[in-house]
Write a protein that binds this ligand. Structure first.
Ligand SMILES: [Zn+2]
Length: 407
């Protein structure tokens, strides 16, 4: 039994913080949450005094690429170093992510299921992982490996990371099943280009037709997997929503079609804006990437405002990987700059994020019977959300009731 006493609790529900909170943890779960003198525990419990600090639910990143380490072609095609070096690099990123308070991460492509197994087995430390394995898109889509010269990548596909290119209804179903066979927890697809995609396949350019997308969603749901869809704008964005995807990733131009946000609210589709990556791209050395990111910025913010007003769950995802692995909590700072209150930004990375991952009953809030994933921070993140990015402020990380990091 572990007891955290004396801290201020932000429980993830959006309620006012509770001072002098005591959290009792037993068998990996929260056993009790009490305040002041009401708290009791057996003398055998390990008691940690967290007075003056803030206790939060373990943080969740709903869109990361833990195994990506650069946008350069040699890195993307995995030619720049041996696989062993790359995997160890990925393991280090995973361990650091947990030590920074991220107890759950959804990987949006590039991370094979072996990492999840390695964490479960205790070979490496890391967050609870959900992985999409690889991005599914048609020829020419963002999951297609083509160089700027038009050459296809002929490096043999790693069986743990099957190729995600699929054309036509039958092939789409086959590739979804292949991802599930490779261990996918969630299906990731793309119905538009993006900021960093090849010239000629931009944010409003579509990928997949309606039949292909309906087949993809239908097959994923039949296999018990949700669908996270990269969709920035134009007809591909509408297509994704009409096909029934569960979350819209990026969603920069949602404001351009007045029917889309109400549709998301009604169907309870989550919105993962991934502001961090566009901050990075807006300074890109590639002019087409820089221009695309700057052009979408105001639309993106407007989309977030309208989504919040309509009751759509806006959740935190960084799209980290290509641009390196800065602290994932940078996304909370960007969400606050885009108009969320600090309380909402924390919910976007805790309670709402857990719902987006289908884990709302287990994770995301500090309440009796939930899994004990907790972060203890020196200071008040509601006064300054940036402190969540600071290594020396993250004093204690607890995952499944066990201490994962302590400073
Ligand atoms: Zn991504």
């Amino acid at each position: 039994m572990l007891v955290l006493r004396g801290g201020t609790l932000i429980d993830g529900t959006g309620r006012t913080p509770v001072r002098d909170a005591t959290i009792v943890i037993e068998d990996g779960r929260v056993d009790a949450v009490t305040t002041g003198a009401a708290a009791t525990w057996p003398s055998s419990a390990e008691v940690i005094d967290v007075a003056g600090m803030t206790v939060l639910p373990g943080l969740i990143d709903c869109h990361d690429h833990l195994a990506f380490h650069g946008y350069e072609l040699a890195s993307r095609w995995e030619l720049n170093e041996p696989g062993s070096t790359r995997h160890l690099r990925t393991a280090r990123v995973i361990a650091r992510t947990l030590a920074m308070g991220y107890t759950t991460v959804r990987d949006a492509g590039g991370l094979d299921a072996g990492f999840r197994a390695a964490i479960d087995e205790g070979l490496i430390t890391g967050p609870r992982l959900l992985t999409a394995i690889a991005i599914i898109s048609p020829v020419g889509g963002i999951g297609d490996r083509v160089s700027p010269s038009g050459h296809e990548c002929l490096v043999p596909a790693d069986p743990a990371l099957p190729r995600g290119v699929a054309n036509g209804v039958d092939e789409v179903r086959r590739v979804v099943r292949t991802m599930v066979r490779a261990g996918a927890d969630v299906i990731k697809c793309a119905t538009t280009g993006g900021a960093s995609s090849r010239a000629g396949h931009g944010p409003r350019d579509p990928a997949f037709d309606a039949d292909e997308m309906r087949a993809l969603v239908d097959e994923a749901h039949a296999q018990g997997r949700t669908v996270m869809c990269h969709a920035l704008g134009g007809p591909g964005l509408r297509l994704a929503l009409e096909a029934g995807v569960d979350s819209i990733e990026h969603g920069c131009y949602l404001d351009e079609d007045p029917e889309l946000i109400p549709m998301m609210a009604e169907r309870r589709v989550f919105f993962v804006p991934t502001l961090t990556v566009y901050e990075y791209h807006s300074e890109s050395r590639a002019s087409h990437v820089r221009e695309r990111s700057r052009a979408l910025r105001n639309h993106h913010r407007e989309s977030i405002h309208r989504a919040l007003a309509a009751g759509v769950r806006v959740v935190a995802g960084t799209d980290a990987g290509g641009h390196g692995h800065p602290p994932n909590a940078a996304e909370l700072q960007h969400l606050v700059a885009a108009g969320l209150t600090p309380t909402q930004a924390i919910q976007a990375a805790t309670a709402w994020a857990a719902e987006c991952l289908g884990l709302g009953r287990e994770l995301g809030t500090v309440e009796k019977a939930k899994r004990a994933d907790l972060v203890v921070v020196a200071g008040d993140p509601l006064a300054d959300v940036k402190i969540l990015q600071s290594e020396d402020r993250i004093r204690l990380v607890i995952k499944d009731g066990a201490i994962a990091a302590r400073r």
